[in-house]
Write a protein that binds this ligand. Structure first.
Ligand SMILES: Cc1cc2nc3c(=O)[nH]c(=O)nc-3n(C[C@H](O)[C@H](O)[C@H](O)COP(=O)(O)OP(=O)(O)OC[C@H]3O[C@@H](n4cnc5c(N)ncnc54)[C@H](O)[C@@H]3O)c2cc1C
Length: 328
């Protein structure tokens, strides 16, 4: 019998890196994602103005760092493809000397590049994951069913656990307990386009602790970063005020008011508020992935940035680890 294709749930960075690594090993896989396009938290908003100039705003990940040789190798492929480049050596006076990388045309292009070589279905929301005989069954909300002996789950962990719950799939108690402790912070993101340059200082990014600013954790000028044709600024809000303002009808107005110092006397052409319900794991696992083997050869793997580190590098390393686990 042919080996069934691995089912990868989630076309964020972890799922896409895992799918590409499996393809390199010659293992067929299908990737499904509930969103219209791949990327998950590698998200870029594109707005074309009346003058046909494009505002592009990264509203999830803003930049990434490279610390491990394995991620350096992945990023080398992105550099060869002309997708990413060094943005700066840190923020604030002189930076810290450690390179920060960005995507030439917005972070989402990295996901699109990775997705181009895998079998991907978007607009495909998984409802449940269950066991059927010796295999795993993935049921979509439209009623379609996929069956495999190997499934990689990359949604934020609480969302993955709901899928198992829906499929009455019980995990070993120690693993269920560990996964149950993984929690995420929310993040509000304010996107603003302007009729002239912002006052964000070089190199176009400001990183702020709670002591520096009560609301904003990062202010990023997408034009200075080089991805937007027009002045366009992203403001990320700290965990606690994101939680506090989450349901407030005044959130956008409050944030726009607080954003003023970085907007100078420019007119706001457009603003939008984005909400990341699962922005950042605040409690993470010490493992790079968690695999569960139900019977010989039937394996479910949890991967994503809750495992190898709450950043793009962690998500990518976790995707690689999940693929390696299945290969083993
Ligand atoms: C506001 C913000 C700022 C950030 N800034 C940085 C930064 O500057 N530098 C950095 O390195 N990292 C940053 N990060 C973190 C980085 O974006 C993430 O670590 C990484 O993108 C996570 O990838 P992932 O694949 O683990 O998860 P995700 O990107 O969350 O991918 C999970 C995917 O699963 C899909 N999914 C969920 N449920 C289902 C379902 N039922 N059926 C089908 N599909 C489903 C989702 O649609 C999603 O595409 C930031 C994140 C946020 C939100």
């Amino acid at each position: 019998m042919d080996t069934p294709a691995v089912i990868v749930i989630g076309a964020g960075l972890a799922g896409l890196v895992a799918a590409n690594a499996l393809a390199d090993q010659g293992r067929a896989c299908v990737v499904v994602d509930k969103a219209r396009t791949p990327g998950g938290r590698l998200a870029t908003r594109r707005l074309v103005g009346l003058d046909q100039r494009t505002a592009r705003l990264d509203h999830g990940a803003q930049f990434f760092t490279v610390r491990s040789p394995d991620f350096a190798e992945v990023v080398h492929g992105w550099r060869r493809a002309g997708l990413v480049r060094e943005w700066c050596l840190g923020f604030g006076s002189g930076g810290d000397g450690h390179p920060r990388y960005c995507a030439e045309a917005g972070m989402n292009t990295v996901a699109k590049f990775l997705a181009s070589s895998v079998d991907l279905s978007c607009d495909s929301m998984v409802k449940s994951v269950s066991r059927r005989n010796d295999l795993l069954e993935v049921t979509m909300t439209n009623g379609d069913v996929l069956v495999s002996d190997s499934v990689i789950l990359t949604p934020p962990v609480p969302q993955s656990l709901v899928l198992l719950d829906n499929g009455a799939l019980a995990l070993p108690t120690d693993i269920a307990d560990e996964l149950g402790t993984i929690l995420y912070a929310r993040c509000l993101a304010l996107l603003v386009t302007l009729d002239g340059p912002s006052t964000v200082p070089d190199p176009g990014g400001v990183q702020l602790g709670l002591d520096d600013h009560p609301l904003f954790s990062f202010v990023g000028d997408n034009e200075m970063k080089g991805i937007s044709d027009v002045p366009a600024v992203t403001f990320h809000v700290h965990d606690e005020p994101s939680q506090h303002l989450w349901d407030s009808p005044d959130a956008e107005a409050v944030l726009l008011d607080a954003a003023r110092p970085w907007l100078g006397n420019r007119t706001v052409v457009m603003s939008e508020l984005k909400k990341w319900r699962y922005a950042r794991p605040i409690t993470a696992s010490a493992a790079t992935h968690i695999g569960v083997e139900f019977n010989e050869g039937t394996r479910l793997v949890f991967a994503g940035d809750a495992f190898a580190g709450a950043k793009m590098e962690g998500a990518a390393l976790s995707g690689l680890a999940a693929a390696e686990y299945l290969a083993g």
